[in-house]
Design a protein around this ligand. Structure first.
Ligand code: SAM
Length: 263
């Protein structure tokens, strides 16, 4: 049996140990024999070992050098190991080699979970579905609707591009060592028909960030550096509304106005 080093806190290493939950997570990816799967942070392989026999090819992105060595030593022709920080990983290196959409799965370190989701966004049209384990509260924010307490930048940015489902919760006891927070599994399915297209994704990102820069302030005040009151009113949005009440479609409309008027 392999002797692993002690879990590294700095790399968010909380390894899954509950076989029922592991099977349920992998089951939610619905791996088909022709599928190319990319797993972020395989760790000691709780999910990896179940996916490997099911998929046509499995790409692993792992930052822990010992674990990279462990996976490389498997010498499996259906396994490619990318020993790199996922936030610096160029997903195009995998996507350029394949002729089909890929599936992505990851039990992500909580401190980098939102940055990883944003890093993956430009490739959404090449992804079939993403199954991710995140802090439960983060999944709730991702899936929340306008007017709710958790609705914010993360909800708007992700819902413009994905259909988001909270599949099930995962208690701390399912891991070793046990994290201090509750976790949940989310499925992000890229929208094939984008209901609210944006003309420039960077402008959309900048506008949503600016709109939520100060909570409880009006849209007019938050968006002052980008749009005038009359520009907001011109698309039938109330400038005295608060950002947390606006729909994804309204944010997309504001961003498109900004793209057309910005210097
Ligand atoms: N998938 C395994 C499981 O469910 O038991 C491990 C999950 S553990 C929460 C997170 C994994 O991500 C660890 O293997 C850790 O080494 C890896 N990791 C942490 N930071 C990373 C990064 N920046 N890039 C790639 N992998 C990272």
């Amino acid at each position: 049996m392999t002797e692993f080093a002690a879990p590294r806190k700095t790399l968010g290493q909380n390894f899954l140990q509950d076989p029922n939950i592991i099977a349920k997570i992998v089951g939610s990816l619905s791996v088909q024999p022709s599928d190319i799967v990319l797993e972020i942070g395989p760790g000691r392989g709780a999910l990896t070992e179940l996916i490997l026999p099911l998929a046509a090819h499995l790409h692993l992105v792992e930052f822990d050098r010992d674990l990279v060595e462990y996976w490389r030593a498997r010498n499996n022709p259906r396994l490619t190991v990318h020993g790199v920080d996922v936030l610096k990983f160029d997903f195009a290196t995998v996507l350029n080699q394949v002729d089909r959409k890929i599936k992505v799965i990851g039990n992500l370190p909580y401190n980098i979970s939102s940055p990883v989701l944003f890093h993956l966004m430009p490739y959404a049209d090449r992804i079939d579905s993403q199954i991710v384990m995140l802090q439960k509260e983060v999944v709730e924010r991702m899936a929340s609707k306008p007017g709710s307490k958790q609705y914010g930048r993360l909800s708007v940015m992700l819902q413009q591009r994905y259909h988001i489902e909270l599949l099930f919760g995962v208690p701390p006891t399912a891991f070793f060592p046990a994290p201090k927070v509750d976790s949940a599994i989310a499925r992000l399915t890229p929208l094939t028909e984008i209901a609210h297209p944006v003309s420039d994704h960077e402008d959309f990102t900048a506008l949503v960030k600016q709109a939520f820069s100060m909570r409880r302030k009006t849209l007019r005040n938050n968006l002052k550096p980008m749009l005038s009151t009359s520009q907001i009113e011109a698309i039938d949005i109330d400038p005295s509304a608060r950002s947390e009440t606006l729909s994804v479609g309204q944010f997309a409309a504001l961003a498109n106005v900004y793209s057309s008027v910005k210097p």
